[in-house]
Ligand binder design. Structure first.
Ligand code: ZN
Length: 127
């Protein structure tokens, strides 16, 4: 994952999310109009389509929903889908673990990884 080709584009409206990762916090957006939260964060509420949103901090905990090993790069790495504890969405991110020890449904916790000039979200089994 050393190639800058994979560098995500960070829009102005999503800057707080990336700043949160830098501060080891998992943030998302909550709609002021309908009070629903959703993940991943998006500039418009997916339920009522309004743009009156506020940033909230999540627990950084979840359950492993699915995972796979990416083998076409060297070294291979794991990527997974984690259902957030708050039940407001799923996160797709690298998994920091040995593939032999992973089990669907196991508890996971967010991990914040320095990568190039930014911090990215990953998940690891909860201790
Ligand atoms: Zn809404």
């Amino acid at each position: 994952m050393a190639d800058s080709y994979f560098q995500p584009y960070i829009s102005h409206s999503m800057r707080p999310f990336w700043n949160g990762l830098r501060d080891k916090k998992l943030l998302t957006l909550k709609c002021v109009r309908c009070s629903k939260s959703f993940f991943p964060p998006f500039f418009r509420c997916p339920f009522c389509l309004k743009k009156d949103l506020e940033w909230i901090e999540l627990s950084g905990l979840g359950i492993l929903y699915s995972w796979s090993e990416v083998k076409f790069v060297s070294p291979p790495y794991l990527i997974g889908v984690v259902e957030l504890k708050e039940k407001i969405g799923r996160s797709i991110a690298p998994i920091i673990a040995s593939s032999e020890t992973l089990k669907i449904g196991q508890s996971m916790q967010a991990e914040y990884i320095k990568w190039q000039n930014m911090t990215i979200l990953a998940w690891k089994p909860k201790k």
